[in-house]
Design a protein around this ligand. Sequence first.
Ligand SMILES: NC(=O)C1=CN([C@@H]2O[C@H](COP(=O)(O)OP(=O)(O)OC[C@H]3O[C@@H](n4cnc5c(N)ncnc54)[C@H](O)[C@@H]3O)[C@@H](O)[C@H]2O)[C@@H](O)CC1
Ligand SMILES: [K+]
Length: 467
Amino acid sequence: MRHAHTVEQVRAAEDVLLARMPEGALMARAAHGLAQAIIDLLGSPYGGRVLLLVGPGNNGGDALFAGAVLARRGCQVEAWTFADRVHEEGERALRAAGGRSSRFDAATSRPAPGTDLVVDGIVGIGGRPGLKPDAIAARDQVTGLPVVAVDVPSGVDVDSGETPGPHVTADVTVTFGTHKVAHLVDPAAAACGAVHLVDLGLALPPADVEALQPVDVAALLPRPGTQAHKYTRGVVGIRAGSSDYPGAGLLSVAGASTGLCGMVRYVGDAAVATRVRDVHPEVVGDGRVQAWVVGSGTGPHAAAELAAVLRDGESGVPCVIDADALAHVTAPLTSPAVLTPHAGELAAMTGVDRADIEAAPLAHARRAAMTYDAVVLLKGRHTLVAAPDGRVRVTTTGTPWLATAGAGDVLGGLIGALLAAGLDPFDAASVGSWVHGAAATLASDGGPIVAVDVASAVPAVVRRLLA
Ligand SMILES: NC(=O)C1=CN([C@@H]2O[C@H](COP(=O)(O)OP(=O)(O)OC[C@H]3O[C@@H](n4cnc5c(N)ncnc54)[C@H](O)[C@@H]3O)[C@@H](O)[C@H]2O)[C@@H](O)CC1
Ligand SMILES: [K+]
């Protein structure tokens, strides 16, 4: 599991270690990890040219000490400082190693020709969101050069992943001790580039925000026992599609029919049912289920379909509520459910502007999960799965090619199959979303895909996970 801790949690864990270690040892560990990551990018430090952006705190200190390591190994290191006082020992170490530092001046400071990369040490976990005018001017001076952010790209809101003001956009972020929320949650996560973690040996509490890794998904995936039969593996019912939107029914069934549960029922328009069975002859009609998927392409029937599903919910049958059915959900739900809105659908449900949801997806997903007392899966580049108790999982698999019609229908079906197989709503939604993203990446192989390709790739993803 990848855990993302809050600044408060990180500070508390660092304090314990700081009390036990010689002064400066923790920062030295961080700076060496940072220097090593920069050397990996440069190929060789000798003859390289690196520009440090150094703010007033320990984040700037990390940059200065890493700069000293690089300078000792033959790199030309220059620092621009953004405060009257920067980390004194760090600045002394840089100068002693042959590096230079000077106060940034918007009128005259320019990166030296041949600069290989820029290190952003303006602010870290002690920073307020946004950048001051001189930092904005410096950021704009180095446009086009690769940027390595120290801990976080300066200017992002570390604990929420929001970017309410100007910020640095990095190609690589080297962070310390643990991931922070901004490394996983958009829009800040999109400004981090590739994130590299340097271990500091911190002892950390459980994290509210996490990202499943392949080993976690493999452990959670249902797999048939030796005595399994189709009913013990779970039955999922699909109420999606209509004569106007038959494809929604077909794709929801495709997502459910990837072999992760024992049986799929399609309940809907007779003509759509015939087409579903032409493609998926194993699909049967109405009957008892262990989970429902409802909503996509149901148009004017959405409210009635949702009501039928929620009636079963009274006896504990969980459901996935998607697309057209989302508009008919009233809070709080009284049966186990996964809601799968994109930002526009969540905006329509809650009366909040879509742009506000996109600017603060973590806060809005969490609030919706509490309001509806249900798991809310908010779709996006990094899909968020929020539980009513505040826990959040971030999906980091996927490819931009997944932004294609019908992909959401496949996702709903897939999550429904996992619910039917016995996963709880939080696990079903987060595992389903992870597998969906991984299947898209596998099917895409760097090229275009359509929704049905994603469903087709699910068994191969599962096979690799269980191998
Ligand atoms: N605590 C520790 O021992 C360790 C800290 N480390 C580094 O220390 C960082 C945290 O250091 P600090 O607590 O000194 O905080 P920062 O270096 O993140 O910044 C705090 C300083 O920046 C100023 N500031 C805040 N927001 C600003 C903004 N938007 N623009 C300009 N200035 C702003 C504050 O007034 C304060 O002087 C971490 O991110 C990490 O890089 C690492 O060396 C690991 C060990
Ligand atoms: K930084």
